[in-house]
Design a protein around this ligand. Structure first.
Ligand SMILES: [Zn+2]
Length: 106
């Protein structure tokens, strides 16, 4: 993950992850990265949650967003965290959303 620089964009992260794991399938990527996926239902203020201690993503079944997209977004948070990048909340959300969009096109 050292190649990821401070000028990270969602597109760069998506390309990096696609190359690293050889797939754009977020369920396969999560399995290879050993991230557990859980499902729960809560009032949909958020679509999903990422727990870095537990290495797990919980998908909100009440969200109208597709599960693949929720997982992609949360995975972006995981990879950003793993790379040790310090970003503002807004920067990180922007990258996560772009990552999700670019990866989905692959
Ligand atoms: Zn987010």
């Amino acid at each position: 993950m050292e190649e990821l620089a401070m000028d990270l964009t969602g597109e760069k992260l998506a390309n990096y992850i696609f190359k690293k794991f050889g797939t754009g399938d977020v369920f396969k990527i999560a399995a290879m990265a050993e991230i557990k996926i859980a499902y729960a239902a809560w009032f949909p203020v958020t679509h999903g949650e990422f727990d870095k201690q537990d290495k797990s993503v919980t998908i909100n079944l009440n969200s109208s967003m597709e599960k693949e997209l929720i997982l992609a977004h949360e995975l972006a948070h995981f990879f950003i965290d793993q790379a040790g990048l310090r970003l503002t909340r807004n920067q990180e959300e922007l990258i996560a959303s772009d990552f999700m969009r670019v990866l989905q096109e692959k």
